[in-house]
Each structure stands twice: as C-alpha cells, then as structure tokens.
Design a protein around this ligand. Structure first.
Ligand SMILES: Nc1ncnc2c1ncn2[C@@H]1O[C@H](COP(=O)(O)OP(=O)(O)O)[C@@H](O)[C@H]1O
Ligand SMILES: [Mg+2]
Length: 259
C-alpha cells in the first residue's frame, strides 16, 4: 500500500510539474510576443515622421522637375522620384498598420454571431475563391451561442487567417471552417487548409512580428496582430500543421467579455 501510494504521489507530482512548465512556457511566449509588438509599434512611430518628410520632399522635387521642361535628365528623374514616392507609400502603409494595431487595442463590445461574421469576412474573399477555384466550406454544426466581443477586431483576426490560408493553398484547394463548443462559455473556431503546411522550425516563429516566408509580398504582421487581438479578447490561438498536407488554426473565444 505504501509503495502504491508513493507511486501515485510521484506520478501526481510529475503531472503537476509538467503542467507548470507548460504554463510557464506559454506565459513567457505571450510576454515575448507582447514586447515584440510594442517594440514594433515604437519603431513604426519613430520611423513615421522621417518617412513623411521623405515622401513630401520627393513629391516637391517631382513637382519642380515636372515644371522645368528643359532639364536634360527630366524623364529619368521623374521615374526615379515616382518609385521613391511609391516605396514611401508602401512603408507608410506598414507603419500605419502597426500604429493602428497599437491604437485599436481598446475593445468595443457587441453581441456577435460568429458564423455570420465569418460569412461576412468570406464575402471579401469571394472573388479570389471563385477565380482560383478554391472551395471554402463552413461545416454544419449545432446552434452556437452568440458572443460578446469586438466585431471589427474579430473581422481582422479571421481575415488574416483566411488570407494566409488562401496564400497557402494551390488553385483548386480546400479551406474548411468549423465551430464547436469545447466547454460551456467558450466557442472554438478552426480554419483548416490543405495547403503547403508549416515546417516545424517555423511553427514557433510565425506569431512574431515581421516573420514571413513570402519575401517582399509579405509583411509578417498578420499573425502577430491576430495573436495580440485574440489574447486581448480573452481567447487563445493555436496552430497545428503537417508539411505538405495542410495547416489548422484553432481560435477559442470566451462567450462573455473577459479581459
Ligand atoms: N495557413 C498557413 N499555411 C502555411 N503557412 C502559413 C499559414 N499561415 C501562416 N503561415 C506562415 O506564417 C508566416 C507569417 O504569417 P503572417 O504573420 O500572416 O505574415 P505574412 O502573411 O505577411 O507572411 C507566413 O509567411 C507563412 O510562412
Ligand atoms: Mg498573412
């Protein structure tokens, strides 16, 4: 009896330790992401003013060059200035996204039907789905409770996840959205794609700001913003992926507001 009891106790201790380690790991990771997010917003803020000046001066030079018709390198200077202005516009779109993210962190609560919200978001992507012959399915599920949360921010969350899923699948691919109630008071939404998948060494980095595998086409901000919003709304987000087979993001949100 003593041996059995001791064994039980040791087993229990091990389990408690394992859970504590997992929680610590999670807390550390959220902290890291939060400070990276703040850092990114801080940098965006600092870069924004000089960027505005570059854009303004380039615009001024362009106006001058446009007026001065007998200037020998005029055409070349004009195209160069155009490309400067375009690049500045691209940079300021990025800094504004980062700053907007920091600013929009105050939450506006409303009663939301998550399924309807997803249909709305899918509306933005309908053209691309049709064009690339991607089938997007919303699994039929039991009646879901409505949730009290922030509509605009949730739209952003699901738009980011769906954009990534669209980018991951080939033409003719499949994206599946499913809902369930894992525990009373919570709704789980999963977005699964049959796309390229994410290699293990990337899995732990995808939520970091600026992590992207899309080269110049990506900003690496989508998932970091998504993670920030979901956490702020009292939820969690997780990812599983098998390389070459697909990826599934799982978002769990509280039904009642919780911050
Ligand atoms: N559904 C997905 N399938 C495969 N890879 C994904 C998926 N979602 C995200 N990723 C990976 O995570 C990276 C970061 O995503 P994100 O933060 O949205 O930035 P971006 O889309 O600008 O690259 C992507 O570049 C991609 O490598
Ligand atoms: Mg993205």
């Amino acid at each position: 009896v003593i041996l059995w009891g001791a064994n039980q106790f040791v087993g229990h201790l091990r389990e408690v330790n394992r859970r504590r380690a997992a929680l610590m790991h999670q807390a550390e990771y959220s902290n890291k992401l939060a400070s990276l997010g703040r850092l990114a917003a801080g940098v965006a803020h600092e870069v924004n003013n000089p960027l505005a000046i570059i854009g303004e001066k380039a615009g001024l030079l362009r106006d001058l060059a446009e007026r001065d018709t007998d200037f020998s390198q005029r055409a070349r200077v004009l195209t160069t200035l155009d490309s400067i202005v375009r690049s500045v516009d691209r940079c300021s779109a990025i800094t504004h996204r980062l700053l907007g993210f920091a600013k929009h962190m105050d939450v506006h609560h409303e009663v939301i039907d998550l399924r309807t919200l997803l249909r709305e978001v899918l509306g933005f992507l309908g053209k691309e789905a049709e064009h690339r012959n991607i089938s997007v399915m919303i699994a039929a599920e039991p009646v879901l409770p409505t949730i009290t949360s922030d509509r605009g921010q949730l739209q952003q969350v699901f738009l980011n996840l769906l954009n990534n899923a669209f980018a991951a699948v080939t033409d003719g691919g499949t994206i599946e959205i499913a809902f369930s109630v894992p525990r009373p008071g919570e709704i789980r939404c999963t977005i699964s794609d049959d796309g390229v998948g994410i290699p293990t060494e990337h899995l732990e980095r995808i939520f970091e700001p600026f992590f992207t595998t899309k080269g110049a086409a990506g900003t690496g901000l989508g998932l970091s913003i998504t993670h920030g919003i979901v956490t702020k709304l009292g939820g969690t987000i997780e990812v599983d992926s098998i390389i070459g087979q697909g990826t599934r993001f799982t978002v769990i949100l509280p039904v009642e507001r919780r911050e």
